[in-house]
Design a protein around this ligand. Structure first.
Ligand code: GDG
Length: 446
């Protein structure tokens, strides 16, 4: 099989550390086991060094570039996280456009392309990931790359009229003509993107490839975690109370203030649950250098204080809150003993936490998933209780429903979703994308 070249902004460590939080690397790690692989991307470090650092383990080679401090600020914090991320999540009001940042973004994509070209073999398949690297394929072609190039967008693509608010959106869309196949998470994203490209005369094929997880593998990790020392300690700390659980990067796309407000509404409107539940929200800090993220953190810290101040008893803390990441194994254990998972993003490309929760459940007594209808995962997980994440009252009602749901209904809802995840298989996503890329008509020049 020909070598696969993955290009993504961030690259997971060659040897797994277990603590990383981020859907893209979680999804990809599962996908590329057992294949000869070159993984190219940013090292996560800042320096003035221009050469990629190479390292290998097994059949995987990493080529990692440092960014300069200025590139990090302008390209990553500025254009990617300050402009494209909010725009693609339908939050144009939070976006800030600066031409210097857009230029730095293009320049970093060019630097990636120039460093990658000498590493390429003629029969490589190139797979580029996410919005950081929209222009990369076009630059690679300009520099003579003739390989097949696929691109996967992990986040949503908004309606063309929203996207058009981006200055120079046309140039970005025209760059996509250099790609042989674009993958997105949902039909809706595919429709939006195809329409936006069409307006620029670009007809690159777009396919829907929902990112999956290794459900049976995750179930095994989750089951084992409950019996470990820290798992037992955590369970004991609940004193028999039912666990409501959420875990998300601390990001405004995840709907955290609305979620906490929904929990407070539950305690207010359905006081029979007071003292009988504990809500643990894990929200590892993410993109702390971007001001909207710092503001969100302050807002949430305050809300947590207010909710606990209002409802706590001397022997009961209703809301546990941490902004520190937890080990993957620990997280799997939390998910297993969760009675109700709250996954309520305002917009999410897919949301892997929703799938991990389903995978982690004990078949004889499964919990209930409360899922935003604006997460890509909502198109697949039909057994979930769907909510509009903008409405705290609806979240409160869904919590009450989930906490009182009879076992037979919980089992039926869970079974259908679990079977679906298992059927999709651990590498179904990448296999389907790469098979279609292999069949795609070639855009390579000459
Ligand atoms: C992007 C798109 C799309 C979270 N906290 C901790 C931790 N995590 C893990 C979760 C999950 C992953 O990180 C998060 O994935 P999501 O899919 O929920 O969200 P994003 O990071 O925004 O990912 C998303 C995804 O890409 C894939 O295409 O689904 O829509 O936004 O696996 O469990 N892991 C550990 N500690 C934590 O504290 N170890």
């Amino acid at each position: 099989m020909a070598r696969l070249v993955i290009v993504s902004n961030r690259v997971p460590p060659l040897r797994e550390s277990g603590a990383a939080a981020g859907g893209l690397t979680v999804a990809l790690q599962e996908a590329v086991k057992r294949r000869e692989l070159l993984w190219f991307g940013w090292s996560g470090e800042s320096s003035d060094s221009k050469e990629p650092r190479m390292s290998s383990a097994g059949n995987t080679t990493h080529a990692l570039l440092d960014l300069t401090t200025a590139e990090h600020r302008l390209y990553y914090s500025g254009f990617c996280n300050g402009m494209l991320w909010p725009l693609l999540h339908y939050r144009f009001g939070l976006a800030q456009f600066r031409r210097t940042e857009e230029e730095a973004w293009r320049a970093v994509n060019r630097r990636f392309a120039e460093a990658l070209i000498p590493l390429l073999r003629e029969d490589d398949t190139i797979w580029i990931h996410d919005f950081h690297l929209f222009p990369l394929a076009a630059i690679l072609r300009e520099l003579g790359a003739k390989q097949r190039i696929g691109f996967f967008l992990h986040v949503p693509f908004p309606p063309p009229a929203v996207f058009a608010a981006l200055p120079r959106a046309e140039a970005l869309l025209k760059d996509l003509a250099a790609i042989d196949l674009i993958g997105v998470q949902t039909d809706e994203d595919a429709r939006h993107l195809a329409e936006a490209m069409q307006q620029q005369g670009v007809d690159t094929p777009v396919g829907v490839f929902p990112v999956g997880i290794h459900a049976e593998g995750f179930a095994r990790i989750a089951e084992a975690a409950v019996g470990r020392k820290d798992g037992i300690r955590f369970q004991e700390s609940l004193s028999g109370r039912r666990l409501i659980f959420g875990v998300d990067r601390l990001d405004y796309s995840k709907g955290l203030p609305q979620r906490l407000a929904g929990y407070a509404d539950l305690l207010k409107r359905f006081p029979q649950h007071r003292g009988k539940v504990t809500f643990l929200q894990v929200a590892p800090i993410s993109r702390g250098e971007v001001s909207h993220y710092r503001m969100l953190r302050r807002e949430l810290d305050e809300m947590v204080g207010r909710i606990n101040g209002e409802f706590a008893e001397v022997d009961w803390v209703p809301l546990r809150w941490t902004t520190r990441p937890v080990q993957r194994r620990t997280l799997a254990g939390f998910l297993r003993i969760t009675r109700v998972a709250l996954v309520t993003p305002l917009r999410d490309g897919m949301n892997l936490v929703a799938k991990e929760f389903v995978a982690a459940q004990p078949p004889e007594d499964p919990g209930v998933l409360i899922l935003s209808r604006f997460a890509g995962a909502a198109h697949e997980l039909e057994g979930a209780v769907k909510v509009n994440p903008n409405d705290p009252d609806e979240i409160a009602e869904a919590l009450d429903l989930a906490l009182t749901m009879p076992l037979a209904e919980r089992k039926a809802r869970w079974r259908q979703d679990f079977d679906r995840l298992v059927e999709a298989g651990p590498s179904g996503w990448s296999r389907a994308f790469l098979a279609d890329l292999n069949r795609a008509e070639f855009a390579a020049p000459g």
